[in-house]
Design a protein around this ligand. Structure first.
Ligand code: MIG
Length: 707
């Protein structure tokens, strides 16, 4: 009997080992960090997500409520955090399903999950060990599980993080509002750097435009049809036998000439580069990496070989800083061909014949500098992030005067520092159109402001109706790219007939009209981490009825976008007013609402941001009850780094109503750049927008009609 009891106790201790944190302290007033008692920093640090070392500034106060409980059960390291019932949960990165994450499970193991169907839809291309909680009354918290190992986040009555790796530290943020939590996340994990303005324009892609003459035709068509465009994308078929950094001699014999042509039409080019390197002696990239021993190893310490597009491939070990340096250097000659941006795909990594579509967890990575050698189980989730870190550096080294643009399918918490993202292989369905909204919002609530889905859908054939609806929504995604798969029907705006072409032009025109505001939002995101696309409840965090709204959303804090198909949208209180940006209604365009008290700067339609300037601005003004409103505008050289030396303008607009006169005072509040603006006021009234004459100077006036 006794012996039995002893055995049970022993087993109990082996399987269930509970403890509260051994060490906990505050890094800032509202940021606490908790270390488990068996914490082994070599196993989880340095953190690729958190950019600062966490030093103790204060003790943990007794009233601190969110206390991670550390346990290990059957070889898993678990953290459980209890939270108040009635709290709404968000974040957890790139996920499918509803905006609200309560009751959801997410597995963090980056996976090539076409149509989001595999693995119960519980894992996608990226990993963000991060949960945002918003309590009933609007106060908020954030939980950051600071490690990269394979893990699961379970959002039930408590928050559970279950790791296949060793124990890890947990960072808890407590703030007065979710916006403050998101800014705090950015202070810990870094912000997206300001992209070149062209990356905010409309972008056209497909798998694949081929041969290069077709790319020119596409560019010509946009210009002759007067549909604005900034970028055309080159998918894998430009390569020679899918070998990265090569060009197909038949279809893409002269990429430099192609890029020059595109540039002459004010169109930029982005080319795809995958991580898999074709295992073929004589192929320079392979020979170099092979000679230097740069590939990920299998458990027998041989280069791991897996099948991807080029057939047998080896994979650069981006965890090793030497490999990163080499990878960066490969971009020099590539970018010299006049390539403007880089698209890194398949970097989960996706391996066609590997376990669960990737590589074995016992593959081995070589560390260096900061990271120790370690298994793929530890480094899988940051493989893509380490790749795009090196890609970004490579294209910056190649063109030190230009802002790099990288698009990545895989990434990790903090990865907004290196690359924008799209949400992988969706399908041409209304369901995926709808789901794209909470997907991009939750990415924004997880630190990544620059995202969007394939507009029109990737797999399957899009239809005229679906494309019209999708482009009318797509104009407001932070990343606005039309992309489709290889065997699908054409998906350019004109591919579905006159009506869809017109709806597309109107929607894309709207994006370009909104560019002064949109660019200002991107600048704000790059400074503070505030998402560009925001959940509607950000309009009033104290109103719990808005918390699940996922059809309507906010663009910055001043505009609400209500897609035309949206039903029963919950709107915030306050005198949000409709604005129309054209004098016709095609039946597809979203309703745009402006906050009472807001001034939103809009511009003219440009066919490309290359032609953009902020010289003629319309200030859309919806005065509050007192007749006041305010807003701002950011402007700079659109590319390059002059802005870091003060070559930019940050303007503040203040509107005041006195009697029947509304006056806007324009003030430059930061930056050394001067712009000469001509302003029109567009006063938003319940009966429509009233426009003033164009005016110059720092005081712009309009007389307000008596109601
Ligand atoms: O195995 O490069 O998500 O956007 O068009 C498919 C071809 C590989 C997957 C990407 C998709 C891209 C496609 N790629």
């Amino acid at each position: 009997m006794k012996a039995n009891r002893f055995l049970v106790l022993l087993l109990f201790n082996f399987y269930f080992c509970y403890s509260f944190a051994q060490l906990s302290f505050r890094v800032e007033k509202d940021i606490a960090v908790f270390y488990p008692k068996d914490f082994d920093s070599v196993q989880t640090l340095p953190s690729p997500a958190v950019i600062h070392t966490l030093h103790k500034k204060y003790d943990l106060p007794e009233k601190w409520t969110l206390l991670p409980e550390f346990k290990s059960i059957a070889g898993k390291s678990i953290v459980e955090i209890k939270y108040e019932p009635g709290t709404d949960l968000y974040g957890t990165g790139e996920v499918t399903g509803s905006l609200l994450r309560n009751g959801k499970n997410v597995t963090l193991w980056n996976s090539d999950n076409g149509n989001y169907l595999q693995f119960n839809g519980e894992r996608l291309y990226q990993s963000h060990p991060w949960v945002l909680g918003v309590r009933k009354e609007g106060t908020a918290f954030g939980i950051l599980a600071d490690h990269t190992w394979k893990q699961q986040i379970k959002l039930g009555e408590s928050i559970q993080i279950i790791s296949d790796g060793p124990t890890f530290r947990v960072i808890v943020i407590e703030k007065k509002s979710p916006q403050e939590v998101i800014k705090c996340l950015a202070s810990l994990t870094g912000t997206m750097q300001l992209p070149p303005m062209w990356a905010l324009g409309y972008q056209q892609s497909r798998f694949s435009y081929y041969p290069q003459g077709q790319v020119k035709e596409i560019a010509d068509n946009f210009r002759s049809k007067k549909i604005p465009i900034d970028v055309i994308w080159m998918d894998i078929n430009y390569m020679d036998e899918f070998k990265i950094f090569t060009f197909d001699p038949k279809g893409y014999p002269d990429p430099k000439e192609l890029n020059n042509y595109l540039h002459s039409k004010n169109v930029k080019s982005v080319y795809m580069i995958d991580p898999g390197v074709k295992k073929q002696a004589g192929y320079e990239v392979y020979d170099e990496g092979e000679e230097r021993n740069y590939w990920i190893k299998n458990s027998r310490n041989q280069p791991y070989v897996g099948k991807v597009w080029p057939e047998q491939c080896v994979f650069p070990d981006f965890i090793n800083p030497e490999v990163q340096t080499w990878w960066s250097s490969l971009y020099k000659n590539f970018m010299d061909l006049g390539i403007d941006g880089v698209w890194n795909d398949m970097n989960e990594p996706s391996v066609f014949n590997g376990p669960e579509g990737s590589m074995p967890p016992d593959n081995m990575h070589k560390g260096g500098n900061s990271f120790p050698d370690g298994p793929h189980l530890r480094y899988h989730n940051i493989y893509g992030m380490m790749m795009v870190q090196a890609t970004r550096k490579g294209i910056l080294d190649a063109n030190p005067g230009k802002r790099p643009f990288v698009l990545s399918r895989s990434n990790f918490l903090g990865g907004q520092r290196y690359a924008a993202t799209w949400t992988g292989d969706n399908k041409s369905s209304f369901e995926h159109l709808k789901t794209s909204i909470p997907m991009s919002i939750n990415l924004g609530l997880s630190g990544q402001p620059f995202s969007g889905p394939d507009i029109g859908g990737f797999s399957g054939d899009c239809s005229a109706e679906l494309f019209s609806q999708w482009i009318a929504l797509g104009a407001y995604y932070p990343f606005c790219r039309n992309h489709t798969s290889i065997e699908t029907v054409s998906q350019e705006p004109w591919a579905f007939g006159e009506k869809t072409e017109r709806a597309s032009r109107t929607a894309i025109n709207r994006r370009y009209k909104l560019m002064p505001y949109l660019y200002s939002l991107f600048r704000e995101a790059s400074v503070s981490g505030m998402p560009v696309m925001q959940p509607l409840f950000f309009a009033d965090v104290k109103d719990p009825s808005l918390r699940a709204e996922e059809e309507a959303f906010m663009l910055g804090s001043e505009l609400i976008i209500v897609p035309r198909w949206a039903k029963n949208v919950k709107l915030p209180n306050g005198n949000w007013r409709n604005i129309t940006l054209e004098d016709y209604d095609d039946g597809y365009q979203a309703q745009i609402k402006i906050r009472a008290g807001a001034i939103v700067p809009v511009g003219k339609v440009f066919q490309s941001t290359e032609e953009y300037n902020a010289e003629e601005i319309t200030l859309l003004i919806n005065p509050d009850q007192k007749g006041n409103a305010s807003g701002s505008l950011y402007d700079d050289a659109k590319d390059g780094f002059g802005y870091t030396q003060g070559d930019y303008t940050l303007l503040n607009y203040q509107a005041e109503t006195k009697g029947s006169d509304l006056t806007v005072t324009v003030k430059q509040i930061a930056g050394k750049r001067k712009i000469n603006q001509v302003y029109r006021i567009g006063l938003v009234t319940s009966k429509g927008i009233m426009y003033s004459n164009p005016q110059k100077g720092n005081k712009i006036k309009i007389s307000v009609p008596a109601n």
